[in-house]
Each structure stands twice: as C-alpha cells, then as structure tokens.
Design a protein around this ligand. Structure first.
Ligand SMILES: [Fe+2]
Ligand SMILES: [Fe+2]
Length: 288
C-alpha cells in the first residue's frame, strides 16, 4: 500500500469534475451564500479530524500511520477554510443537519473506509473541484486545489482498504451496500431541501440540481467499481432498497456493540508487515 498520493484510482479527475461552464460566484454579491457553503465544508473538516479515533481499529501499522497523517491534514484543512472566511470577511455558521448526518463517525473499520473515506470524502472532493472552478479568487482557488490533492489521497486509501475488506470478507458487501444506499437517500433529501431554497436566476446555484445529479452519478460509479453495486441504483426497487438499508444499519449497530474497545496493533505488531519490510531492508512507502 502506497503512502504517496497518487491520483484517484477508481474514478479519474476528469470523471469527478463537474463542468460549471462560464458561471462564477461574485465574492461581494454572494458573500453570505459562500459563507453558508464553506460552513458545511468547515464542519466536515472539524469532524474529519476525528479519523484519529479509527487508530483503535486500524488493522496494521501502515493504516495507522496513514490515519495519523490524515488527522494532521484535516486540522490543516480546517485552518485553511478559516483563511477563506477571512478572505470573504464572513463568519462560519453551524452545519445543515444532513451534512451532520453524512459526517457522522463510523466505529467499524470497514464502514469507516467505505462510507467515510471512499464514498463520503469522494463526494466532498467533487464539491471542492467545482468550488475551485466557480470561485474566481486566486488565493481561494489555491487553498481548494491543495486541499483537493490531499483529499484525493484520503479517497484512494478508502477505496484500497474497502477493496481489501471485500476481498477478505465478501459477505460484508451487503451491509456496506445498505449503508451506502442510506447516504444516497440523504443526498437526494439534501438536493430537494436545497432546491426549494435556491435564489432565482443565480448563475452558479441554478446548476445545483444538475450538480447534485453529477455527485450521485459519481457515487454510483464508485459503488460499482468497488464491487458494492452490480447494475444501477435505479434498478433497486423501494422495498429492496429499504431492506438493504435496514440490514446495513442493523449490522453497524450489532457489530458496534461488540467492536473492540482496545487498539489492535499492540496485539499484532510483531507480525505486522512493516516489521519484516524494515528488517529485510526493503524500501518504506514514500511519504508525500
Ligand atoms: Fe479534509
Ligand atoms: Fe479528508
């Protein structure tokens, strides 16, 4: 597993990018709107910092090292979003409840890497790319570009580790699919909620319904390429969807009750792959 930050594996930057065309925000006119949008991002970063809690369930030292570095990066993102607020001359506000729901912490390792990292940070990445294109301010764009590169690394890690879980424990596919379907339902709910409140005729925000469809489409492709979804989301009927969601929630709760309260590494470090790698003098993964 690589520590460097390669481009995303399962979806290319081109696939993830939404084309905003020539539409741009106006920093003075749209200050309150942008402050609302960046407030959601700030909350995501504030909760992203707690990927550190996943150190307890990390299966090996490479994964734990990655998460430690990720926590530092999420704190840096938090500070960088505050710099954007300073540029805007605005103050952050509390998050929307759907954003809160989508940012909730997963205690189980497989649910964390699939839902929070591959899917959750994957859709955040699409939003950051679109904002980078639509906010015409060089400093804001540079901040979003540098955060985006690091988020690509987080998504890639989530994808790789989800694929690993599914290779080793294929029966987890059904519960992870159920959890992903609930995120899709929440996204559709958010789309409807935001659509009703859109200011009429805004050049960027009038594209929001189409943007959210793009986010859902990239989420669907990621689920397919992870092997969680065969066919398309639209082929899953109402009853089957809610049965899968109920199954995913049940297993998250049930397994959460018995989830380990002690970190895994103190019990496994002597047989950790890093030990043999270092003793054999093989190269360590490159830290970007
Ligand atoms: Fe982040
Ligand atoms: Fe992240």
């Amino acid at each position: 597993m690589a520590f460097g930050y390669p481009p995303p594996v399962l979806l290319t930057r081109e696939e993830l990018r939404y084309d905003v065309g020539s539409a741009r925000f106006d920093l003075a006119r749209d200050r309150d709107l942008l402050a609302w949008i960046f407030s959601q991002a700030l909350y995501g970063e504030a909760t992203g910092c707690y990927c550190g809690a996943t150190l307890y369930t990390a299966p090996d030292i490479d994964a734990a090292t990655f998460l430690s570095r990720q926590a530092v990066e999420e704190f840096a993102h938090f500070r960088n979003f505050l710099k954007i607020f300073k540029i805007l001359g605005a103050k952050p506000s509390p998050p929307n409840r759907v954003i809160k729901f989508l940012s909730s912490h997963e205690r189980l390792w497989d649910h964390h890497v699939a839902l929070e990292m591959a899917l959750g940070e994957g859709l955040v990445l699409v939003a950051f790319y679109a904002l980078e294109d639509a906010v015409p301010h060089p400093e804001v764009q540079a901040i979003l570009a540098s955060i985006g590169r690091q988020e690509e690394g987080h998504v890639t890690f989530g994808e790789e580790r989800t694929l690993e879980v599914l290779r080793e424990t294929p029966r987890r596919r059904r519960q992870l699919l159920g959890r992903c379907l609930l995120s899709v339902v929440a996204l559709r709910f958010l789309a409807r909620h935001v659509e009703k409140r859109l200011p009429a005729g805004h050049p960027v925000l009038s594209q929001l319904p189409r943007f959210l469809e793009h986010v859902l489409r990239t989420t669907e492709i990621r689920m397919q390429r992870l092997g969680l979804l065969t066919g398309s989301l639209s082929e899953i009927g109402f009853l089957r969807r809610w049965a899968l969601i109920a199954n995913g929630l049940f297993w998250a709760k049930a397994r959460g009750l018995f989830a380990r309260r002690r970190p895994r590494i103190p019990g496994s470090y002597l047989s950790d792959p890093v030990v043999e790698r270092v003793l054999a003098g093989r190269p360590e993964p490159v830290v970007a």
